[in-house]
Design a protein around this ligand. Structure first.
Ligand code: FMN
Length: 329
């Protein structure tokens, strides 16, 4: 029994496993489903600071937290420390509970504009963005970084400077994805490097990210690396049950029972319904398909089921396919 709550600033989490920011995935439906299965903290996908600085855009439902999903973090991307801080203030004003600054995104268009992962080469910028944000908001301020821009010695030195500053400045949570920016999502995450950060800066709250695809891996990474917490990313797509499974293993009560086929089908229909509430079906169907591979992984006839779901073209077809393949009547 290892059950131990953990605090990020003033926010208490009843387990140290949280859902990652995933652009194009972690909107309200994925966040609320994770919460339902016990995930104690979720993040939006990355949002450009300009969104928050534009009152008309900020009023859009998709950028606002919902009442039933707290605590939820807003992740901010930018290329100017003051603008990032101002954006953070706006996000807090509309109800987000934490701010997470993104210095990890490897998308070419983000790098070209000197945002996200590009900033791993500029420890001074990262420090300034954090300090200015800290001045603007009272809530916890977190940062998401990678283990370096690339594999060069200069990048490694920058990485350590960033961690050292984060520890000295009191960053509330340093989330580290164990790949370089240049690696994007290729290769294996380097958990040794993540573990070294926690060893060197014991007082800094470090959460690790990379290759957490199942509950067993999540719990063993926590125990082996000595970090404070684990971030579940691709492993949570179409798989909110992973949080209940993690909790069972972590608390020592064993892996939670596998959801029945009917339960899986009902949850998929519910997820689809939430997606349809915010989009017209022409957009909702392709969007839902992004979650289908994850959901189908638990189906005994995975491939056949996935193909049938991918082939459904309309809302009615998709609902019928899910009902038929998951035994719902
Ligand atoms: C499709 C996709 C979108 C992502 N979007 C974000 C994002 O908006 N912000 C962020 O900090 N990380 C983002 N990430 C990185 C994840 O949060 C995570 O750190 C990374 O996927 C490694 O974990 P994994 O190997 O367990 O998936 C994204 C990753 C993927 C695959």
């Amino acid at each position: 029994m290892q059950e131990k709550a953990i605090k990020i600033g003033n926010i208490e989490l009843n387990m140290p496993f949280i859902q990652a920011p995933l652009a194009g995935y972690t909107d309200y439906p994925m966040r609320i489903l994770a919460k339902r299965f016990g995930c104690p903290l979720t993040f939006t996908g990355v949002m450009l600071d300009k969104i928050a600085l534009h009152p008309k855009i900020l009023r859009k439902k998709e950028f606002r937290p919902h009442e039933d999903e707290h605590p939820v973090a807003a992740q901010v991307l930018g290329d100017n420390p003051q603008m990032m801080a101002d954006a953070a203030e706006q996000f807090v004003q509309i109800g987000y509970d934490l701010i997470d600054l993104n210095f990890a995104c490897p998308a070419p268009k983000v790098l070209r504009r000197a945002r996200g992962g590009h900033l791993m080469q500029q420890p001074g910028f990262i420090r300034e963005a954090f300090l200015r944000t800290r001045e603007k908001v009272r809530c916890p301020v977190c940062m998401k970084i990678r283990i370096g821009f690339d594999a060069s010695e200069a990048s490694e030195a920058d990485f350590w400077t960033i961690c050292e500053n984060a520890a000295a400045d009191g960053v509330d949570l340093l989330a580290i994805h164990g790949r370089t920016v240049q690696q994007k999502y290729r290769g294996k995450a380097d958990w040794t490097r993540i573990a070294q950060v926690k060893k060197r800066f014991g007082q800094l709250k470090v959460f690790g990210s990379g290759d957490i695809m199942d509950a067993g891996t999540a719990v063993s990474r926590l125990n082996e690396s000595g970090v404070d917490g684990i971030i579940v990313a691709r492993g949570a797509v179409g798989n909110p049950w992973i949080f209940a499974e993690i909790r069972g293993l972590w608390q020592g009560t064993g892996l939670a029972q596998e959801p029945s086929l009917e339960e899986q089908g009902h949850l998929m229909l519910e997820h689809l319904e939430m997606i349809l509430a915010d989009r017209r079906w022409q957009k909702a169907i392709p969007y839902f398909r992004k979650f289908a591979a994850g959901y189908c992984r638990r189906h005994p006839e995975r491939k056949k089921t996935l193909l049938a779901i991918m082939a459904a073209k309309t809302e009615a077809e998709l609902i019928t396919v899910i009902k038929n393949t998951y035994g719902l009547h």
